[in-house]
Design a protein around this ligand. Structure first.
Ligand SMILES: [Zn+2]
Ligand SMILES: [Zn+2]
Length: 363
């Protein structure tokens, strides 16, 4: 009887994980879209909560991967919380996770130096303790020795750059030459930096977006106003830590910030194409109705780029998240298929550049 009860509860737990988890996007074939937030603080540096709350928040937000990236050099509560082992935040968190749940965690830390070079996150580290070094470059060398993926945090932070413009100093150029960091935050908490996006593209850095959360996720990103934390989606070959780490080094990411998706064209184009389905509902006279479906979590704002005109809409179309829009097109004669091109106004592939997609539609 006892055994049965336990089995029953295990079963309920499994069902709950799958029932409550959000699917952000349909995945292109052979791709796993891993949802991640890889910049998080707890009371083990200057965050306001215990690691268990971070795990609960990540589960609630249907994340696949997180990292507690506590400041090495900045411990707000050192009079109250005695921290001798810098892996503690990770170890406590890891112990909370159950074997069968989708959420994964990797060990990480924030190397926190004045500008230059500023703050850097090192994730996939084995042991955080040896990273503690007054010389930031030496911390980064140690992180790299451990196989870490290292990224530059908030290069647009006004405390470091009073004009909010992300730019490289000589020191960053040297760190880049030595390949000591591999990614850059284009989105941090509420900010988005076009200059950081340009730096990512010019220097082959992985595009990152993180919450850098210190308080509570739901107070910082108000769900009632349909806000959400920034999420980095990693396009991985499978769900193993090794494959996810490889994908990060291969720059296979895109970021969700507000209603925007930001990423390299080759990463984001297959995802948007997969999530926008267009089908025909047939002709009435010489006017055809098409249905545009959006399977993703993001509303898509489209600008039609072709020569046809529509019977009800302008060339700007908004397809709600997980919704659809019917559009009537005046094709002048009855056709068996048409090609339609759209600029996706809220999908950004470079500064001032939006994704363009082409669809062939059988009418
Ligand atoms: Zn920081
Ligand atoms: Zn931080």
């Amino acid at each position: 009887m006892k055994k049965l009860t336990i089995l029953f509860f295990i079963h309920i737990a499994l069902v709950n994980y799958s029932q409550t988890r959000k699917v952000f996007f349909l995945s292109p074939s052979d791709t796993y879209i891993i949802s991640s937030d890889l910049h998080i603080h707890t009371v083990f540096s200057d965050g306001e909560v215990w690691p268990s709350i971070r795990i609960k928040e990540a589960r609630k937000d249907s994340l696949d991967l997180i990292s507690m990236t506590e400041h090495l050099e900045y411990l707000s509560y050192k009079k109250d919380v005695i921290i001798t082992d810098r892996n503690r935040s990770y170890n406590i968190s890891k112990a909370i996770l159950t074997k069968d749940e989708p959420l994964m965690i990797v060990n990480g830390s924030e190397i926190t130096k004045p500008m230059p070079p500023g703050h850097f996150n090192a994730i996939f580290v084995r042991d955080v303790n040896p990273l503690l070094n007054p010389d930031g470059e030496k911390s980064m060398i140690e992180a790299n020795k451990q196989g870490a993926f290292v990224f530059w945090n908030h290069p647009n932070w006004v405390e470091n750059r009073d004009d909010g413009i992300a730019r490289l100093d000589k020191m960053h150029e040297r760190l880049l030459e030595k390949k000591l960091f591999h990614g850059i935050e284009v989105v941090n908490e509420h900010t988005y930096s076009e200059e950081a996006l340009a730096l990512a593209l010019e220097n082959n850095l992985t595009i990152m977006g993180t919450s850098d959360i210190h308080g509570l996720i739901d107070w910082t990103f108000d769900k009632e106003k349909e806000q959400h934390r920034p999420v980095t989606f990693i396009l991985s070959k499978n769900r193993t830590i090794k494959s996810i780490r490889d994908a990060l080094f291969d720059q296979k990411t895109f970021v969700w910030h507000r209603d925007m998706l930001i990423g390299k064209k080759e990463n984001i184009s297959p995802v948007v194409t997969e999530n926008l389905k267009i089908s025909s509902l047939g002709y009435y006279k010489k006017i055809v109705t098409i249905k545009i479906q959006n399977k993703s979590v993001v509303p898509f704002k489209l600008r039609y780029l072709g020569d046809y005109t529509f019977h009800s809409n302008s060339s700007i179309l908004e397809i709600p998240s997980r919704g659809e829009l019917l559009v009537t097109i005046k094709t002048k004669e009855i056709l068996s298929s048409i090609e339609m091109s759209f600029e996706v106004l809220n999908v950004i592939t470079a500064p001032n550049k939006n994704l363009v997609i082409k669809k062939n539609i059988n009418l």
